[in-house]
Design a protein around this ligand. Structure first.
Ligand code: F1P
Length: 592
């Protein structure tokens, strides 16, 4: 895959920061639960490292803070005069899910103040992509443009925020390009976590632009504040390319700071200032520290979740409010990242779709994996629960804690493997008796008590903290299950062009074979054939990634073939004998 990386001075020079391997996690696949949590802590802490002397902009860089202020002021202008205006947040996968979370949260704020909602979200693949992996639409710039045009019809002013952690999604590139062509109405803002020169420069079928060329045009427009780029590097992901982790957290941090500053300026007469933005950023840094101060408790959860996955059972998140939404998001990412089945990690939210307010309404008819309410849990999940399944209660003291107690009791009848992640602010003893009841029912309780005088919205901090805990649980548990090789997603799905290229690169790295050979074997695994037909070799990536939706363990199979020279059939039986992918691969790599 092409990136404009000519200026990159460091290791893995052909890769942008978001795709590089992180030296801190090189041995994560061999680590204990407690070492995994330590490594994740070190990686997350990297987000806030200062920029001095570095080639790349970082979260605290002057340019980043200044641009955040400028965007906040644009939001403020719209909030003060919302007539015929919109703020659109858009992205693919995790980035689109966070667009939904943020848009819903800030609309809720507006409603509380009797204001009309002004935020709209777009996620590639539509609402079903909120809770399931829909990687293919990410490759379609026209779909991106169409969805943007549709919701903005008749509007006179649109602030468009395109999120692509890797500066890579064609869906978002199409939308940004459209905005640049209509500057009278649209002001584009790009959020991502690579330096601009590392944006993806691969040809997009049917288009005259690449993500990189769009970024270059945005840089030109930015000189006259007709476009904005907020793209600090936050360091490579703990699991290479897993932008759901730091990329997702940093997206949430940046946008919450910008939108909160704009809301404060509009509704509480607190002007947007450099110092204010900086302080808010420090509050998030403190949240990361506060969260990992409970590393021991997180380790207990990782260990228990890993145990459940190892014996083929489930990890189940039972959440309340927006924390439950983060749980649903975390669960939905396990399929594309680890090749997990939807039953492996499930999330449930009180109130189900009723409370979500997503634009397409209830999606329950799409299949059992879209049953996300607590009632769905009670009907379809609870009856078959046993001690090998882990259940996590995720809530805050502002939720109806008596409901949590009730549900905890029902779960406890089926499994003792019950745990709680709980947030409260200091000086709020109201729910403490019920909390004691819950703690008695649970094997472990992660109790986060936050200072109510801290700067920043507490709910936002609780959400980030929950995201970090759940990312650690699902990532750590899959590492313990053997789904990661070194720090690579060995069982990654190849369902869009970014993932296809990532898989080819990984095969090259682990097998040492040349790229054409790796791609040939990858295709054999995708199409489940021993020989490639002309029809296959003459097809484009879109068709390959489409075919890959129906196959599993594509990368492990291809790797076994490459390392041993065996047939696909033989590779399959090897993996069947050793279903722990990491071990199946490690055995052969050690022998070769
Ligand atoms: C978008 C995304 C990721 C997902 C997977 C495929 O990436 O959907 O959220 O985890 O890696 O790509 P990006 O456009 O935000 O870089």
């Amino acid at each position: 895959m092409l990136f404009c990386v000519s200026q990159a001075p460091d290791y893995e020079p052909t890769l942008p920061v978001s795709e590089k391997t992180n030296p801190l996690t090189r041995d994560i696949d061999q680590a204990s639960a407690s070492s995994i949590v330590k490594m994740l802590k070190a990686c997350d802490t990297q987000m806030f490292q200062e920029g001095a002397g570095r080639t790349y902009q970082r979260l605290f860089s002057d340019q980043v803070i200044t641009t955040m202020m400028e965007v906040a002021k644009r939001v403020e202008v719209i909030l003060k005069d919302p007539e015929d205006s919109l703020i659109v947040l858009s992205g693919c996968g995790t980035s689109g899910r966070l667009a939904f979370l943020l848009g819903s949260g800030f609309n809720k704020e507006l409603r509380k103040m009797n204001q009309n909602p002004i935020y709209f979200y777009i996620i590639a693949g539509g609402d079903r992509a909120l809770f399931s992996s829909q990687e293919a639409p990410e490759d379609d710039p026209h779909l991106g443009t169409l969805s943007l045009k549709k919701i903005c019809e008749g509007k006179k002013r649109v602030l468009f925020v395109g999120i692509s952690c890797g500066l890579s999604a064609p869906f978002v590139a199409g939308q940004l390009e459209f905005c640049l062509q209509h500057p009278d109405v649209y002001t584009p803002v790009l959020i991502g976590f690579n330096p601009a020169h590392q944006a993806r420069d691969e040809h997009i079928p049917g288009c005259s632009f690449t993500f990189c060329s769009v970024v270059q045009r945005m840089q030109e427009f930015a000189k006259s504040q007709k476009a904005f780029l907020i793209n600090p590097a936050v360091g490579p992901e703990a699991i290479s390319g897993s932008s759901r982790m730091k990329g997702g957290s940093a997206t949430k941090i940046l946008l919450e700071i910008v939108l909160s500053a704009a809301h404060a300026a509009t509704f509480s007469h607190t002007p947007v200032t450099y110092k204010g933005i900086l302080q808010h950023m420090r509050a998030y840094e403190a949240t990361v520290d506060m969260t990992y101060a409970q590393s021991e408790g997180i380790t207990t959860l990782v260990e228990a979740a890993g145990q459940s996955l190892r014996c083929g059972r489930s990890v189940c998140y039972l959440g309340w409010g927006s924390l439950a939404l983060l749980a649903l998001i975390d669960a939905s990412e396990c399929h594309p990242t680890f090749g997990a089945a939807y039953k492996d990690v499930r999330g449930f939210i009180n109130g189900g779709y009723r409370d979500l307010n997503n634009s397409e309404g209830a999606l329950t008819s799409l299949g059992p994996e879209f049953g996300i309410a607590h009632e769905d849990f009670l009907h379809s999940f609870l009856p078959s629960l046993n001690d090998q399944d882990i259940v996590l209660l995720i809530y805050t003291h502002s939720d109806d804690v008596s409901e949590v107690v009730k549900l905890a009791r029902r779960v406890r009848e089926k499994t003792s493997n019950l745990h709680a992640v709980y947030h409260q602010s200091d000086g709020d003893p109201a729910a403490s008796l019920q909390q004691e009841d819950i703690s008695k029912l649970c094997l472990s309780t992660l109790d986060f008590t936050w200072s109510s005088s801290a700067s920043g919205c507490l709910l936002h901090m609780w959400e980030l903290s929950t995201k970090l805990v759940l990312n650690a649980v699902s990532t750590g548990a899959h590492v313990l299950k053997g789904k990661i090789y070194r720090n690579h997603m060995i069982d990654v799905q190849v369902t869009n062009s970014k993932l296809y290229h990532r898989a080819t690169r990984l095969l090259q790295k682990l097998s040492g074979c040349p790229e054409p050979q790796c791609e040939e074997v990858l295709l054999k695994a995708v199409y489940q054939v021993e020989e490639l037909s002309m029809d296959i070799t003459s097809s484009d990536i879109t068709r390959h990634t489409h075919a890959a939706r129906n196959t599993t363990q594509v990368v492990p199979l291809a790797l076994v073939c490459l390392l041993t020279g065996c047939s696909l059939m033989e590779a399959k039986s090897h993996i069947k004998r050793q279903p722990i992918i990491r071990e199946a691969v490690a055995v052969i790599i050690d022998m070769s």
